[in-house]
Design a protein around this ligand. Structure first.
Ligand code: SAM
Length: 270
């Protein structure tokens, strides 16, 4: 496994052809994957200015439409959405399971003059740390697909449901894995991961695992192992957890061809 993992990524090709089925080493890996040096480079991947331009005020408008005031950002990362929402006047609590990410979010918040409130918590045990209820939970940036087992997915969604007020909303997104699995991966740099100095390529793809390689201009490489969650599975999980009134947007648009968008954004109600 470690031998395969060190092979370098070649643009537009899958270099790791023979990874076996998912082993335990892929599960619960996110904390190890977001090492200091990768976290330091995360903002180079997303490019805040370009991501802001691509998203526009989509999330702010959506939250206003549902009358949201208090937001729980459960996948804070380096703080892109938390800080944007704080600056737009929302009351935000910023959660992440990775201490490295929260440290970076704190530094970013200081830089952008925002008063961030952070808490380190894993989604699967969220209510052990978060005791309040929110009008909205956001779980953005393809974060949910860090979970590999249905038990963990269900457990996390149940916790999200519990932390919402009645009629509260969950905004949760994922890469358009149907497109990747059925039609192949394409690089656009248009949404979410807008940084042009970083090459993002899958080095392994099957129905259960996509291993992305992030190659930076200084020659360094980092990997993320993600679960290619098909959109019908995401819908099934959301309704199974009790969420209703699902609306899905493709790259922030209401109408789209199923293989066209890079990212799917789901809004559901408790
Ligand atoms: N939302 C940010 C963005 O769009 O830039 C960060 C996205 S990053 C791909 C995924 C984030 O989810 C990481 O910060 C990671 O630590 C967090 N995460 C993954 N699995 C988690 C879990 N089980 N509990 C809490 N946080 C988790």
């Amino acid at each position: 496994m470690s031998q395969l993992a060190t092979k370098s990524a070649t643009a537009h090709s899958i270099t790791e052809k023979s990874l076996p089925f998912i082993s335990d080493s892929y599960i619960n890996r996110y904390q190890q994957e977001y090492k200091d040096d990768f976290v330091d480079k995360w903002d180079e991947i997303i490019d805040w200015r370009r991501r802001q331009e691509s998203e526009g005020s989509f999330f702010i408008k959506a939250l206003h439409n549902y009358g949201v005031k208090r937001v729980l950002d459960v996948a804070t990362g380096t703080g892109f959405h938390s800080i944007q929402l704080l600056n737009a006047g929302f009351d935000v609590v910023s959660v992440d399971g990775s201490a490295n990410m929260l440290t970076k979010a704190y530094k970013n918040a200081k830089q952008y003059g925002a008063q961030i409130k952070t808490a380190q918590a894993d989604w699967r045990w969220l209510s052990r740390i978060i005791h309040e209820k929110f009008d909205a939970i956001i779980c953005l940036g393809n974060s949910f697909t860090h979970l590999f087992t249905e038990i963990d997915q269900k457990k996390s969604l149940t916790e999200f449901y519990y932390c919402l007020k009645n009629n509260g909303i969950l905004i949760i997104d994922q890469r358009n894995y149907d497109a990747i699995l059925d039609a192949g991966f394409r690089v656009t740099h248009e949404h979410y991961y807008c940084g042009k100095s970083v090459t993002i390529q899958p080095v392994y793809i099957d129905e259960h695992l996509i291993r992305f390689c992030y190659a930076f201009s200084d020659g360094s490489q980092h990997h993320l192992n993600l679960n290619p969650l098909r959109s019908c599975k995401m819908m099934e999980l959301l309704s199974g957890a009790g969420f209703k009134d699902q609306k899905t947007y493709g790259d922030f648009k209401e109408t789209f061809h199923c293989y066209e968008p890079d990212f799917l954004i789901n809004i559901v109600k408790k």
